[in-house]
Design a protein around this ligand. Structure first.
Ligand SMILES: Nc1ncnc2c1ncn2[C@@H]1O[C@H](COP(=O)(O)OP(=O)(O)O)[C@@H](O)[C@H]1O
Ligand SMILES: [Mg+2]
Length: 204
């Protein structure tokens, strides 16, 4: 029997043996055909990206199957704790920051934008001790420097609110991201412009 593990803003997550079923439910306040199109798009996108990640051996749940009628994705269960919980318990963030920078760099080098980088969407695999990335419903394929910079900027924002006691964490991520690919320096330069825009917006 499948057991409800989590219910987010967009989807219900069920666990059935070693599988996870992610089912996107309809949102009453959205126009019906729009809601359908959006759920279908995100389901397909998440499935497509998970397939691509398996091809390049990136640590993420393996896709088993999906249905854009039932709006569901079946993938492997990743055993372990969310990085968010590991860090809130007080674990040292340095090692994880280093690994995050390296792996986000690898995603970006493959022109995959995660779209929702947070420590809730990272699971520290119990056996391999490696960070696994999940939640690719907002992801996209893009080779644009701007899209990669914004991906990092949203991560910085999320860290500022969830892990405000670890202000050094994002710097460490950036340091290791810089080493990850030849394009990284350019992305980080753009990040500064995005940050500046963000600050000006906050003042308005
Ligand atoms: N493959 C998986 N293995 C283990 N846990 C998962 C997996 N996918 C999702 N979860 C759990 O369900 C939660 C919500 O799933 P997620 O894909 O992040 O959807 P949401 O869009 O609701 O954040 C995650 O934070 C995680 O705890
Ligand atoms: Mg999530």
């Amino acid at each position: 029997m499948a057991k409800l593990l989590a219910q987010g803003a967009e989807a219900k997550i069920f666990k059935d043996n070693n599988s996870i079923i992610k089912e996107r439910f309809s949102k009453e306040y959205r126009l019906e055909h729009l809601d359908h199109a959006l759920r279908q798009f995100r389901t397909r996108r998440e499935a497509k990206v998970l397939g691509k990640l398996a091809d390049i051996n990136f640590p993420a749940p393996h896709l088993q199957n999906f249905s854009d009628k039932r709006m569901s994705i079946v993938m492997d269960f990743v055993p372990g704790e969310k990085l968010k919980d590991v860090l809130l318990r007080g674990d040292e963030c340095g090692r994880f920051a280093q690994e995050m920078g390296e792996k986000i760099g690898k995603l970006h080098a493959e022109n995959i934008i995660h779209g929702d980088l947070t420590t809730s969407n990272l699971i520290l695999h119990e056996q391999t001790k490696e960070l696994n990335f999940i939640d690719f419903g907002l992801s996209s394929f893009s080779d644009k420097i701007e899209d990669k910079a914004v991906d990092l900027f949203l991560l910085e924002r999320s860290l500022q609110s969830t892990h405000y006691d670890k202000p050094e964490m994002f710097e460490k991520i950036v340091e290791s991201y810089r080493e990850s690919s030849p394009q990284a320096a350019e992305v980080l330069e753009r990040l500064q412009a995005v940050q500046k825009r963000g600050r000006n917006k906050a003042k308005e």
